[in-house]
Design a protein. Structure first.
Length: 290
């Protein structure tokens, strides 16, 4: 007899159930705050105990572990995450297996740029690059970024924010040949990526500041344009090197921090590579990144 064919959805539900069971069996009664009397024949919590902690029916929870066609809500999944003491990576995995979008946190938590990411940043010798946080504040940068965009170390607070720089910094406006086109696209990408933080005090404070500081921002922000762009070309008019062309790419840091690595690669066009090398050779030691 031929084996029964299972759809991808069947496999996903079975994997979802197996993951629930593995986390349940890993969690001890003591850790879950359950008094444990007689010795148990199997490790971990019982199904009815997880159901009780999560506030769902035992039969229904059993169906979830069995991979049946039941669809837990976002609220139930969140309750299961708490009941099973799942960490951030495990929570994302559970929501992915359930085919649900995990609720986004509403408060900006500024990520820390760790050693491996800093080492990668420094290794990009001929590629200007920097790391931004969820509000697009520049957290770290390399020497090539200093040579092209200026020394972020001389900026403080909101002045080190990408949106703030694009719309209020005269140097940045002159640097970008297609300033209006790029500013509109940057603003639309910023709105799309930061929607999950709507209502966050730091985010709202930045918006209020920009509304007061930039007439273009004040005009374009209410239009609510959104765009999702990962790459593109930027033509620059550097005050020392002159015309340069870069290809830029935005890369997500997959640690739940919403940090991004922004990399600019100089193109052969307009002799951009040689010009960048010359700028780096002439960069004063005191302006090099830490």
């Amino acid at each position: 007899m031929d084996a029964i064919a299972h759809s991808p959805e069947d496999h996903r539900r079975r994997e979802f159930g197996a993951f629930l069971r593995s986390r349940r069996e890993r969690l001890s009664p003591d850790t879950a705050g359950i008094a444990c009397g007689a010795r148990r024949r199997t490790p971990g919590l019982r199904r009815e105990e997880v159901a009780m902690i999560a506030g769902v029916g035992t039969t229904w929870y059993t169906w979830l572990e069995q991979g049946r066609d039941v669809r837990p809500s976002v609220e139930v999944l969140s309750a299961l995450c708490q009941a099973l003491r799942l960490d951030a990576a495990e929570q994302r995995h559970l929501f992915t297996l359930a085919g649900r979008q995990q609720p986004e946190r509403r408060r900006i938590v500024q990520g820390k740029v760790e050693g491996p990411l800093l080492h990668m940043l420094e290794s990009l010798v001929l590629q200007p690059a920097y790391v931004v946080g969820p509000r697009w504040d520049v957290l770290a940068w390399n020497d090539a970024a200093v040579a092209i965009f200026g020394d972020y170390g001389l900026l403080e607070g909101d002045a080190r924010n990408i949106i703030h720089g694009v719309f209020t910094d005269p140097h940045r406006r002159h640097l970008l040949v297609d300033w209006e086109q790029l500013a509109r696209a940057t603003l639309a990408a910023f709105r799309a990526e930061s929607a999950k933080y709507t209502g966050d005090p730091d985010f709202e404070r930045l918006i209020e500041l920009m509304m007061r500081s930039s007439p273009e921002f004040r005009e374009w922000w209410p239009q609510r344009d959104v765009v999702h762009r990962l790459s593109g070309l930027k033509r620059l008019r550097h005050p020392i090197a002159g015309a340069m062309t870069f290809e830029h790419m935005s890369l997500s840091i997959d640690d739940g921090s919403d940090m991004r690595l922004i990399v600019y690669t100089p193109l052969a066009e307009q002799n951009s590579v040689a010009k960048l090398k010359k700028l780096l050779d002439d960069l004063p030691s005191e302006r090099r990144s830490a």
